[in-house]
Design a protein around this ligand. Structure first.
Ligand code: IPM
Ligand code: MN
Length: 355
């Protein structure tokens, strides 16, 4: 079996964590007898620097031909504080999601016993946390009509959702819930926002279908959900939400395990799928060989599950678990005796090849 993977290393720490991720991926390929063929493509600030375009057409073409896509990170501080910038690295990511039809962003959150103390939240609250957020990714306020008035005195963004857009991600979330604890929490702002009311109605109707009879559907306002995630995170199993709310609550959720550098994600459409760590480009750490490669490596494990290489995915997860339990980690986790990004990558690679 041979898989074509498009690699979008991107900005900041993206290329460094990607390098280690690919090392680990190649080790699993060797061990479990499949082949990986990678093609590098440009996205983000590096793409702007080289071509003036945050997502050149060749990158989209490469992704469309791939069996899966890996992304490092996108973003550069030189654009962040410049409201006049005409092109931004993030536009590349949004265009990528839209043009590849990646409508569902799946972000699993679980805790590791060894890191309980690293979490800002009390251990008793985070013990056993294990939930997954399904964030809608190609609709809502991110992609609605927007603009600024000529005199610069007002600006607007609009949020639109169609029943079809809500329907397809809801089914994905429900199908996943059936394999888990069969609990879905729809996070919205239906007391204020019209699109949220459409979400509630649409999701509520799907929940009545016979095949989803076992699903227990709960509705929660996003402000309350923001609080509950910290106060009682173990109550959640599958969270389903729109684009903007999902963006915000997944950053919030990412602090639960103790390091944002641990969380992987998948962005899936009906044909293509992309895998990326949820941390950003972390420019302060770029080039220092200190970035945590676990989230990238775990994103690769999610990719292997998607490609049905379950043993390889399992081997990666076991390697990461063992590394964490043996104190093999970068400085965000291992305060004393921190390892470099490269050292962690090499440790994982060797572990996979030897076990
Ligand atoms: C994310 C990021 C992106 C988003 C940015 C970089 C456009 O924050 O993947 O969560 O807002 O979706
Ligand atoms: Mn985000």
């Amino acid at each position: 079996m041979k898989y074509k993977i498009t690699v979008l290393a991107g900005d900041g720490i993206g290329p460094e964590v990607m390098e280690q991720g690919l090392k680990v991926l190649n080790a699993t390929a060797k061990k479990f007898n499949f082949e990986i063929e990678t093609e590098n493509a440009l996205i983000g600030a590096v793409a702007i620097d080289q071509t003036g375009n945050p997502l050149p057409d060749e990158s989209i073409e490469s992704c469309k031909k791939a069996d899966a896509i890996l992304l490092g990170a996108v973003g550069h501080p030189k654009y962040d504080n410049d409201p006049t910038a005409k092109v931004r690295p993030e536009q590349g990511l949004l265009k990528l999601r839209k043009s590849l039809g990646l409508f569902a962003n799946i972000r699993p959150v679980s805790t590791y016993e060894i890191l309980y103390d690293a979490s800002p939240i009390k251990t008793e609250r985070i013990k056993g946390v294990d939930f997954v957020v399904f964030r809608e990714l190609t609709g809502g306020i991110y992609f609605g009509d927007k603009g600024t008035s000529e005199d610069g005195q007002s600006a607007y963004d609009t949020s639109t959702y169609t029943v079809a857009e809500i329907d397809r991600i809801t089914r994905l979330a429900f199908d996943t819930a059936l394999q888990r604890k069969k609990k879905v929490c729809l996070v919205d702002k239906a007391n204020v926002v019209e699109t949220s009311r459409l979400w509630r109605k649409t999701v509520g109707e799907i929940a009545k279908e016979a095949k989803y009879a076992e699903i227990e559907l709960e509705n929660m306002f996003v402000d309350n959900a923001a609080m509950q995630l910290i106060q009682w995170p173990t109550q959640f199993d599958v969270i389903l939400t729109e684009n903007m709310f999902g963006d915000i609550i997944t950053d919030e959720a990412s602090v639960i395990p103790g390091s944002m550098g641990l969380l992987p994600s998948a962005s899936v459409g009906s044909e293509l799928a992309l895998f990326e760590p949820i941390h950003g480009s972390y420019p302060q750490a770029a080039g220092k060989n200190i970035a945590n490669p676990f989230a990238m490596v775990l994103s690769i494990a999610m990719m292997l599950e998607h490609l049905k290489q379950f043993e390889a995915a399992q081997a990666i997860k076991k390697a990461v678990d063992t590394a964490l339990n043996s104190g093999v980690a970068t400085e965000d986790i291992s305060k004393e005796n921190a390892k470099s990004t490269t050292e962690v990558g090499e440790w994982l690679t060797e572990f996979i090849l030897k076990n």
